[in-house]
Design a protein around this ligand. Structure first.
Ligand code: AHG
Ligand code: MN
Ligand code: MN
Length: 336
């Protein structure tokens, strides 16, 4: 029985048996993420103090400049999951290819793979605005004890066994699901423990916040333009409020608590949008659905999209159920 003030460690132990196929492996995985999150949190908190901010000089596979904290967070999460021999494979937004762990070791009986966006919202690092980490967990589809293959990573989002995020905000929170609702834990920095502060999180069915980079308006498809105009119309419950942080994790977190919709649509510049299906959209879609929200590309449920490549991008509309459905209605109408 979960109760407020429970530590994340206690919660994981108490809920271990409620996971399908529970063997303690998934619990150890969440524990490792908790540990890495604390280490990264410590570094993020110091970002303004030490000379760690700014571009590291590298460019990732998607042609974006990497900031130093991206590199740091990437290393910490990979190290923690690798050294503790928790998973059999990792794919990261910051790595060109997936990593196979102990692929030569037949004793590696680990069955889970992790996909991770180690630092989300990286353009916000050097301006002291909330950033996050997003993770997504699957059971491998290839036999245990063999090296992982691309097929283990290119699974539909509906196959996820766990997903979550850490938001390094005014407070640091870890929010996750194992398919049995969404729970949020807040870090007490004095003690270094996460406490259950937001049990059973739910998106309000309706909301009045829309979150979109409206600077790209001119490039959006007609359905999205019409939906944005709808959000701005004078009606009983409208115009809605516009809130856009530019860190998906933070925008999603606020919308889940207050009720709202997040949009990163396709555009004439980016025909598939910007966000990555495997590292960003699927984990957020799993959380949204587990919290009574909804997620799609405007037409198709996010978690039903069949991935064809590791760094694939998809248009993304996610949030309060009625708002997402209204947006989909505008998309369909504009197609006719
Ligand atoms: P990342 O820092 O991992 O590359 O992700 C940034 C993403 C997402 O967090 C955010 O919502 C979006 O990019 C912002 O994009 P724009 O600056 O184009 O609005
Ligand atoms: Mn991101
Ligand atoms: Mn990132």
């Amino acid at each position: 029985m979960s109760r407020k003030n429970q530590t994340l460690g206690e919660f994981i132990i108490e809920n271990q048996t409620s996971f399908k196929y529970s063997s303690g492996e998934l619990s150890r995985l969440i524990n490792s993420i908790r540990l890495a999150a604390k280490v990264v949190n410590h570094e993020v908190n110091k970002a303004g103090l030490v000379d760690i901010i700014g571009a590291a000089g590298d460019t990732n596979i998607q042609g974006e400049d990497q900031q130093k904290l991206d590199v740091y967070a990437n290393e910490k999460f990979i190290q923690t999951l690798t050294k503790r021999n928790i998973v059999c494979g990792i794919a990261s937004e910051e790595e060109d290819d997936f990593i196979s762990i102990n692929s030569q070791d037949e004793n590696n009986q680990n069955k889970y793979i992790v996909l991770i966006d180690p630092l989300d919202g990286s353009s916000n690092i050097d301006v002291n605005v909330s950033v996050g980490t997003i993770f997504s967990v699957y059971r491998r589809v290839t036999p245990v004890g063999t090296p992982v293959t691309l097929a283990d990573f290119l699974q539909k989002g509906s196959q996820q066994v766990a997903a979550g995020y850490v938001v390094y905000g005014t407070s640091t929170m870890l929010v996750y699901t194992t398919g049995d609702g969404v729970n949020g834990f807040t870090l007490n920095p004095a003690i270094g423990s996460f406490y259950l502060s937001h049990p059973d999180m739910q998106f309000p069915e309706d909301g009045n916040i829309y979150s979109v980079n409206e600077g790209n308006y001119i490039h959006f498809p007609q359905g999205i333009k019409n939906y944005i105009k709808y959000c701005q119309q004078e009606e009983e419950d409208r115009p809605y409020t516009s809130r856009y942080i530019g860190s998906l994790v933070s925008d999603f977190h606020r919308n889940m608590i207050k009720g709202g919709i997040y949009l990163y649509p396709q555009s004439s510049k980016n025909p598939n949008g910007k966000l990555r299906l495997l590292y960003e959209c699927n984990p957020m879609a799993f959380l949204a659905e587990q919290a009574n929200g909804k997620s799609s590309d405007g037409f198709t449920r996010t978690m039903d999209v069949v991935p064809t490549e590791l760094h694939q991008r998809v248009p993304f509309v996610c949030g309060s159920k009625n708002m997402v459905e209204k947006c989909e209605e505008f998309m369909r109408k504009a197609e006719q």
